[in-house]
Every structure is written in structure tokens, then in C-alpha cells.
Write a protein that binds this ligand. Structure first.
Ligand SMILES: C[S@@+](CC[C@H](N)C(=O)[O-])C[C@H]1O[C@@H](n2cnc3c(N)ncnc32)[C@H](O)[C@@H]1O
Length: 378
């Protein structure tokens, strides 16, 4: 199987796969390759916090021309993977001197699948580009073509709890990856003083309570597969449910905007953590933690999607707030605005390059201890 992720989260995902029992693990670019059985495929979809999707190879062949590609693809016994009444989609990733248009490659194979069925039954399954029952992925590397099935269906960051979006919400996979990268011990208090739609808070609560990130999802791609084993899936879900911890460390979120807190409240309620996560409306400058130590992780505006009047001033005030209010805390700031991030004006103890979609960002960690008040300017 191949689990795809964001740039910078490969090592976190490798660890997750290892802990779940994946074998022969290899780290690839924005992906992890591993081996495992059907049970592991189901568990991977349910439990991997930093995977965007999990795909599994079904065929490999060689081709150097579109005609050869079509001939090889039409010959695959597609009836093993989908039936006439299921919709399908084909997505291609191409690194090849023989093929240069991924959409053309996808189109050729889509035609081959349709013709394969038409030749046999005089009928063909329909394509659904957005929400297909069976997602087919092609990896073209030079003349070597790997055909894979998407076992996840919709991307795994679509956990099912975010029914309301704010202007600049964080991707769930990225948020989970950041919480895991921070090394939070799941015991100390956790704070996000610019919580937006509440993604970091919910992902932190899920991590601390062992709650599988995709427990609330209604559907996975593998449930449309011919070999879908509903009993095995139920056993995996039941076992994961029995390992959920009810007790959580204190988790706090706040945001300056009351409407945003309303949205966060709804999302947190959807995820079932409304009793455990405490929310307030506040400017981070006025927010003082109730605990003498803990972890703060936040994702301030970048000035990209969310305009801020004085973005440099905001980051500078964040540094001041850390110095004045968070001595004893490990503070982490993820931002796609690398210049503004410098205005925090504290020496980061960690700097991790990550991507939020196409935006390059950095996760900077600041250990706040008594001496930090004097420790300024990078
Ligand atoms: C990039 S968004 C955070 C996104 C969030 N991680 C999520 O998953 O939705 C930044 C948030 O900072 C909030 N914000 C801006 N200035 C603030 C301030 N002075 N104090 C507290 N929150 C602020 C905005 O209202 C916005 O919700």
C-alpha cells in the first residue's frame, strides 16, 4: 500500500504506519510505502492521522505509446474491481519521457475500461470525477505503469466533523501532523489562542483520547470493493472504540472573532468533544493561561486568505505574549508567512518546513522559560 501525505510529514506518517504494524516500510516523497493485509488496510484508513489517502497496487505493465497503454489497459480484467453499476474515476501521475500529459493518460485508460465492459456486456460503467465508487490511480514512471485502487475514496482529511468552515481553516491532516511533531505528551494542558474553526483543538483531543481520526466518516472507498469484509471492518471499529480514553487533559481554544468561535463550537460538538474543550472569545493579547505550564500550538493569519491590518505587529505581539504569559510553556507557531514569523522575535528551538497546500510554511517551536524574557531576536 502507499499512504500519501504532505511534504514534511513523511517521518510522522512512517512512525504511525510502523506502530500500526506495517511491514517493509519505505519513505517516499510525500508518501510512505508499506505492506499489510486487508485488516491493516482498514485500520490504516481508520487510524492514520497524517495520511491523505491510501492506495493499493493491482497491476503493473510497460507501455511507451498511447496505443500500447490502451491495449494493455483494455486487457485488464476490470470486472474483478468494479461492476457495471458502479461509477469510477481515473487519475494519473506521470513522470515519463514517453507520456507528458497526465490527463491524456487518464483519458486513455478511462476509454480502455469503458471499452473493456462494452466489449463484454454492450454496456459500460459511468465516470464520476468527484465522488466515484471506485477510484483508479495510475503511476507512470518512464515506461512502467502501475495501476492502483484508492482504498480511501474521499481524501482522509475529510474526517466528518467540520460541517462549518471559517475563512482560512487548517487542513486536518496538517493539524494532526503538527500536534504529533510538537511531541505533546497528551497530559499537559493544550492551548490554541487563535483557534479558528478548531482544527488543532479537535485533532489534539482525538490524539489524546486515542480517538481514531476517521471514526466519524460515513464511507471509505474499500467499502465499494468486491472483497469488502463488513465483519472484519466492524471488528476493527469495535476494537478501536474500546481503546478510546474518556479522560482528557485540559484543552482550551480562543479566537478574537465571536462568529468563528460559534463555528468552532459546532465543529467541536460534531466531534463529540464539547464537554472537554473550553472555548472563549478573546484577543490573544488578553488571554492568560490558567496553568503554569503546557503546550500552545497556533496558526495565526498569514495575510494571504485572511487579511490582517498589521500582520508584523500581530506576530510581534504574539512573541510578547509568549514572554509575558507563557513562561513554562512550549509554544509552537505554524505560519505560511515566513517574514511575519520572524517578528515573533524569539529564538526558535525547532524549525520544521511544512506545506499547507501549495503554501510553504514553517512550524517554529519556542521553549519559554524564565530566561526567555531576555532572549530576543533571531
Ligand atoms: C489562520 S486562522 C486559524 C485557522 C485554524 N487553525 C483553523 O483550523 O480553522 C487565524 C485565526 O486567528 C484569529 N485571529 C486574528 N487575530 C487575532 C487576535 N488578535 N486574537 C485572537 N485571534 C485572532 C482569526 O479570527 C482566525 O480565526
Amino acid at each position: 500500500m502507499v499512504a500519501k501525505t504532505f511534504f514534511g510529514l513523511e517521518e510522522v506518517l512512517r512512525k504511525e504506519v510502523e506502530e500500526m504494524g506495517g511491514k517493509n516500510i519505505k519513505v517516499l516523497n510525500r508518501a510512505i510505502e508499506f505492506e499489510g493485509d486487508l485488516a491493516l488496510m482498514y485500520s490504516a484508513n481508520l487510524k492514520l492521522r497524517t495520511a491523505l489517502s491510501i492506495i493499493t497496487p493491482i497491476h503493473e505493465f510497460k507501455a511507451t505509446t498511447p496505443e500500447e497503454l490502451y491495449e494493455r489497459a483494455v486487457g485488464i480484467d476490470w470486472g474483478r474491481y468494479l461492476n457495471l453499476h458502479q461509477t469510477f474515476s481515473v487519475h494519473a501521475v506521470v513522470h515519463s519521457q514517453y507520456f507528458n500529459h497526465s490527463q491524456y493518460v487518464a483519458l486513455k485508460v478511462k476509454d480502455a475500461i469503458a471499452d473493456h465492459f462494452r466489449n463484454k456486456y454492450n454496456e459500460r460503467p459511468n465516470v464520476d470525477k468527484k465522488d466515484a465508487d471506485i477510484g483508479i490511480v495510475l503511476y507512470v514512471n518512464s515506461d512502467s505503469i502501475t495501476v492502483l485502487l484508492d482504498t480511501s475514496g474521499k481524501a482522509l482529511f475529510q474526517r466528518g466533523y467540520k460541517t462549518q468552515l471559517t475563512q482560512a481553516p487548517m487542513n486536518e491532516v496538517l493539524a494532526a501532523g503538527i500536534v504529533l511533531l510538537s511531541g505533546w505528551n497528551k497530559i499537559d494542558p493544550f492551548i490554541d489562542p487563535m483557534c479558528g474553526s478548531g482544527t488543532l483543538l479537535v485533532e489534539a483531543a482525538m490524539i489524546a483520547s486515542n480517538f481514531p481520526p476517521n471514526m466519524l466518516r460515513k464511507r471509505f472507498g474499500f467499502q465499494n470493493f468486491k472483497n469488502y469484509d463488513a465483519l472484519l471492518w466492524k471488528q476493527i471499529v469495535d476494537q478501536a472504540t474500546s481503546q478510546i480514553k474518556r479522560e482528557l487533559p485540559p484543552i482550551y481554544g480562543s479566537d478574537i472573532c465571536p462568529d468563528v468561535i460559534q463555528i468552532a463550537t459546532e465543529n467541536i460538538q460534531n466531534a463529540g468533544f464539547n464537554k472537554q474543550i473550553k472555548l472563549t472569545v478573546s484577543d490573544f493579547r488578553d488571554y492568560v493561561p490558567l496553568h503554569p505550564s503546557g503546550v500552545l500550538i497556533t496558526n495565526p493569519p498569514y495575510d494571504e486568505r485572511l487579511k490582517s491590518d498589521d500582520i508584523n505587529g500581530l506576530y510581534s505581539d504574539l512573541g510578547t505574549s509568549f514572554k509575558n504569559n507563557y513562561v513554562g510553556f512550549h509554544c509552537w507557531v505554524f505560519s505560511g508567512n515566513l517574514n511575519a514569523l520572524k517578528k515573533v522575535a524569539l529564538k526558535p528551538s525547532q524549525k520544521i518546513k511544512l506545506y499547507n497546500g501549495s503554501i510553504e510554511g514553517s512550524l517554529n517551536g519556542f521553549e519559554m522559560y524564565e530566561g526567555s524574557k531576555k532572549l530576543v531576536h533571531e
